[in-house]
Ligand binder design. Structure first.
Ligand code: ADP
Ligand code: MG
Length: 365
């Protein structure tokens, strides 16, 4: 098994309308892989962090009075979806094709760019659709005799309940069960796995899943930024000449907003939702901290994977058999200082997690 750390990327988005209207100041700066954040109330006070990848997507390009494209602000070039894919998505895909499990997690406060990076909007396709396009391109252009099968699943974790976003049956059934198996580890029982052979088909499934997620949220009078979305792509490669089968799971996770949950709805709803949603996100934080401490040589007796649905399903991604990447997304604005600093601290801890990935191969049955 190769021992390698979770790779962490940070991406800062442009100001949104609210921030522009508030006359926000940018408090984030990046030079190569270093990022620093300034305390708006105490500008002398800044904190610096180093990550594996940093993406400056704050300043775009606009036309100046001579009609030329110039950066809107000095100090950076807009990192677009293609460059993020090249660093992060391609690596995930290459690992999966080699037979490794691979995981990509997006972490950050609501509105910071998690879904933009993972899924994308309109023509600005994010990591997931591009990864699927390239996956099927790679399969089509394979020169050897291997046979490939791709299965697609999509689920949501809300209030510690697992909802199958591709289920064809009534959604009123109260969630699927997470079970444990000696070989497979934790898995969702009865989750729909759709065999796919094109990126178009995957895109249709993602649209379907996204619609289900939105209507479900409306139905429950809930906010989808409080749920976790997980896409699981299973790749099976059968090498008939060698009589070997390789299997890899790709987990693509758009986490719930990391901001401290604020009250909404009735007291009872708020309590139910607050505790449960915090449970998955808080447990994720605890698992990451414990694993980071372990790397630092501290004595850790227990990694609380079993304390939440999310951490059960991500067990192999965190400290186990997977190559894992986290993208932490940030607002550039002074008004988001506290949340951005907490995201950076979280990401710094995630960087210390050591995984032990192996190629999953076995004799073809
Ligand atoms: P989240 O999923 O974290 O709640 P979104 O991804 O939906 O946030 O992003 C919020 C808004 O910011 C969207 O309108 C999105 O288009 C915009 N945005 C986010 N990241 C970027 C980026 N890197 N470049 C341009 N616009 C972005
Ligand atoms: Mg989102």
């Amino acid at each position: 098994a190769s021992k390698d750390c979770v790779k962490v990327a940070v991406r800062v988005r442009p100001f949104n309308k609210r921030e522009r209207d508030a006359g926000s100041r940018c408090i984030i700066s990046m030079t190569s892989n270093n990022i620093s954040i300034q305390d708006p109330r105490n500008p002398q006070n800044s904190r610096a962090f180093t990550f594996d990848y940093t993406y400056w997507s704050h300043s775009g390009f606009s036309r100046n009075k001579d009609g030329l494209f110039v950066p809107e602000e000095t100090g950076g070039r807009y990192a677009d979806q293609a460059s993020v894919f090249l660093d992060l998505g391609q690596g995930i895909l290459d690992n999966a094709l080699q037979g490794y499990n691979a995981t990509l997690l997006a972490y950050g406060q609501t509105g910071s760019g998690k879904s933009y990076s993972m899924v994308g909007y309109g023509p600005n396709k994010g990591l997931i659709p591009t990864l699927c396009e390239r996956l099927f391109q790679s399969i089509r252009s394979m020169q050897d005799s291997r046979q490939c099968q791709v299965f697609f699943s999509m689920l949501e974790i809300y209030n510690e309940q697992v909802v199958d976003l591709l289920s064809k049956t009534s959604r009123s059934v109260s969630g699927l069960r997470v079970r444990e198996d000696q070989q497979r580890g934790f898995y969702v029982e009865g989750l729909r796995r759709v065999p796919c052979d094109s990126a178009v088909q995957v895109e249709q499934l993602m649209d379907q899943g996204t619609r289900t997620r939105t209507t479900a949220a409306t139905h429950m009078n809930a906010n989808s930024s409080r749920s976790h979305m997980l896409i699981i792509i299973q790749l099976k490669q059968i090498f008939s000449k060698e009589c070997i089968t390789k299997q890899s799971n790709i987990y693509l996770v758009d986490l719930a907003g990391s901001e401290r949950q604020r009250s909404s709805g009735s007291e009872a709803d708020r309590l139910k939702e607050g505790t449960a949603i915090n449970l998955s996100l808080t447990t994720l934080g605890n698992v990451i901290s414990a694993l980071a401490d372990m790397t630092l040589g501290k004595k850790v007796v227990h990694i609380p994977y079993r304390d939440s649905v999310l951490t059960k399903l991500l067990q192999s991604a965190l400290g186990g058999n997977s190559r894992t990447v986290m993208i932490a997304t940030l607002s550039p604005a002074d008004i988001c200082y506290e949340e951005s600093l907490s995201t950076l601290r979280y990401a710094e801890r995630a960087k210390r997690i050591q995984n032990k990935a192996v190629v999953n191969e076995s004799p073809t049955e």
